[in-house]
Ligand binder design. Structure first.
Ligand code: DOR
Length: 437
């Protein structure tokens, strides 16, 4: 295996409290040292001065669509998109066809991820059989499977039955599992196309009120307090939910939360011409919600930036707003959106960005060798230039789908090199084709 000496970069590793200009040596697939004058004999030296060198990003929320919808995305192509976006690990959501509600499906996803070999593919299992919210999925079996599932969710749907939630949480405590919720009260959200507010009234589209998310977040926090289960709130989008999480944390409830790049970058005001690429669930909210999400990311109420990468085929998105499925791509724009909308305006330090995109997600999922540059740990490393400008070109994406509203947008913050277990997956911003299967 080739060795690399990354020379003169700013090394940011929040797990170790490191933020210094130094060299980083990768040898035989592991981090061999950080400092000056390292013995780089036989290593390829890469000048990374002016760039950030950090643990590879870890995405808590990726829709890979395989098995079942390989016309939208495959595990191999999503892995390429992830690597290009600076990720060394992603967590597959279970709303596939068949649903990942048993050991056979989670093992299939995990094995296909290993075969693609570009990032670590962790797997989230469903909470309920077929995501119906009625009968519990094979949680114990998935925990003990090769995929060693740790996080369980019916993402795409909120779990409506509170007794089911209580029982699932009680059960998960025994496995130290994480109950992850897509907070959406179905009766309040039914038929909703976008955020409920002035804009939905102006466009004549039925809205989803913020309360549809907040009611379920409040219920889950209460049940997490009751059961002692670890609760993770997916893609939170409203000021009220941010405040609920803030208060629950202060009260000592074991709750964590994530927010997506689209919820801190866009609002419902962008929905003027019924562009289906702006249809997403939860919907883009108002400006005060966006500001609250940013404040939550800044003060640590929101622990992670997660993409909710949701590929959809052209023929599905290319129809009236009403009929288009919700979701947008995220893996290849997350860093640029985070640098441009969080770091450059001064909301988040680079160290906090790395904490939210790598350190915390790796810790939540318990991924050894991710989220850390400690000597001896697997060499999962991302190098990015925080000042580099670039223009989003959806045609250049590695994902199989093209559904992004960010095409043509000017961003700053560009991935230049990525190493997964010591193998270079991205070099000078280009996905290494030899690493592709
Ligand atoms: O917009 C979304 N799309 N939100 C979800 O929760 C599910 C996702 C999908 O699977 O397409």
């Amino acid at each position: 295996m080739t060795s690399f000496l990354l020379s003169g970069g700013r090394i940011v590793d929040p797990a170790a409290g490191t933020d210094e200009t130094a060299d980083l040596l990768l040898r035989d697939g592991v981090i061999a040292g950080i400092g000056e004058g390292l013995d780089g004999k036989g290593a390829e030296t890469i000048d990374v001065s002016g760039s950030i060198v950090c643990p590879g990003f870890v995405d808590l929320h990726t829709h890979l669509r395989e098995p079942g919808r390989e016309d939208e995305e495959t595990i191999a192509m999503a892995s390429g998109a992830a690597a290009a976006g600076g990720y060394t690990a992603i967590c597959a959501m279970p709303n596939t066809d068949p649903v990942a509600d048993n050991a056979a499906v989670v093992e299939q996803v995990w094995a296909l991820g290993r075969e693609a070999g570009l990032v670590e593919v962790a797997v989230a299992g469903a909470l309920s059989k077929r995501l119906e919210g009625k009968k519990m999925a094979d949680i114990g079996e998935m925990t003990r499977s090769m995929a060693r599932v740790r996080m369980f969710t019916d993402d795409g749907h909120g779990v409506q039955d509170s007794l089911f939630v209580r029982r699932a949480m009680e059960y998960l405590v025994a496995f130290d599992g994480i109950y992850a919720e897509h907070c959406e009260d179905a009766s309040l959200a039914e038929g909703g196309q976008m955020h409920e507010g002035e804009r939905s009234a102006a466009l004549g589209l039925r809205g989803v009120p913020a309360e549809a998310e907040e009611l379920m977040a409040a219920r889950d926090i209460a049940l997490a307090r009751l059961t002692g289960c670890r609760l993770h709130l997916l893609h939170i989008s409203t000021a009220g939910t941010v405040e609920l999480v803030r208060r629950a944390k202060a009260d000592g409830v074991a709750v964590t939360a994530e927010a997506t790049p689209h919820h801190f970058s866009l609002t419902d005001a962008t929905l003027s011409d019924y562009d289906p690429n702006l249809k997403v669930n939860p919907p883009l909210r108002g400006e005060s919600d966006r500001a609250a999400v940013i404040a939550g990311l800044a003060d640590g109420t929101i622990d992670a930036i997660a993409t909710d990468h949701a590929p959809h085929a052209d023929h599905e998105k290319d129809q009236e707003f009403l009929y288009a499925p919700p979701g947008m791509l995220g893996l290849e724009t997350a860093l640029g959106l985070a640098v441009t909308n969080l770091v450059e305006p001064g909301h988040l330090s680079v160290a906090a960005l790395v904490e939210r995109m790598s350190t915390f997600p790796a810790r939540l999922l318990g991924l050894d060798g991710q989220g850390s540059l400690a000597e001896g740990s697997a060499a999962n490393v991302t190098v990015f230039d925080p000042a580099a400008p670039w223009t989003v070109d959806a045609e250049a994406f590695h994902s199989k789908s093209r559904n992004t509203p960010f095409g043509g947008m000017e961003l700053r913050g560009k991935v230049s090199h990525v190493f997964y277990r010591g193998t270079r997956t991205v070099s000078d911003g280009r996905l290494m084709s030899e690493a592709l299967v």
